[in-house]
Write a protein that binds this ligand. Sequence first.
Ligand code: DO4
Ligand code: MG
Length: 286
Amino acid sequence: MKLCRFTIDGSRDVRIGLITKGQTVLDLTDAGVRRMKALIEREDLADELARLRKAGPLQHPVHSVRLLTPIESQEVWAAGVTYLRSKEARMEESEFSASAYDRVYDAARPEIFFKSLPDKVVSPGEAVGIREDAHWNVPEPELALVITSSGRIAGFTIGNDMSSRDIEGENLLYLPQAKIYTASCAVGPWIVVGHTEADARQWSIHLEIWRAGRKVFAGETAAGNIKRPFGELVDYLFRSQTFPNGAVLLTGAGVVPPDSFTLEAHDSVRITISGIGTLENPVAVV
Ligand code: DO4
Ligand code: MG
């Protein structure tokens, strides 16, 4: 089941939808749902969605709506160095920080960092940013956990943890500047619910980068390669920290383009996770 936020006919009125297999959007706002949070927090979500479907809400063809990021009011956080590929790429990028990456990969406490305020998250189809003061920029395709205020994983979506590798590689203390800037985080296109961690670990994560109609990079990993159990990441995120609106946690990148590659303005980044869908964003300098 796919839950989405959308607008119709150029209106600014944000609506909540359920995308059916037949590619229509059932308009849950027409059935009385004003906030995604009201659904995500429910333990009986499947029953509630069945009830809302029966109410016969308005339907829209998927291609006629504008999908927004499914992030409503949650902070977005990110875990790092959760795949061997990420550890190796970062150790190559920086002699200065290599031992920190090496240690955190095996440490009990994972690397977890703040990524984005909800209002700054980029929607599907909107531009993600590369910093004008960086010269080595990459997307990071990541499975994202949608977590309730009580710390339960309610669903999954796709995140792009845009990163400036030259800034991060120069000095680990520059990580917030490499990771948190205008349009550095895209999430979408919807939240899938009704799946377990075991299901999600079977999914593939595929990244493509297109430039002037040509594919300039493609790479894939399995979500099953994430080193840490999802519950462990959520446990550390929620230690001495409350999230009244819930939280979204990106689980790290396992696909890293070669060191010779950097994004350019007007590139298009496509991230496909097999159990979810595709998040696509053009690139712009910010
Ligand atoms: O420490 C650097 C960031 C790691 C990261 O974002 C990742 O592994 O995905
Ligand atoms: Mg990342």
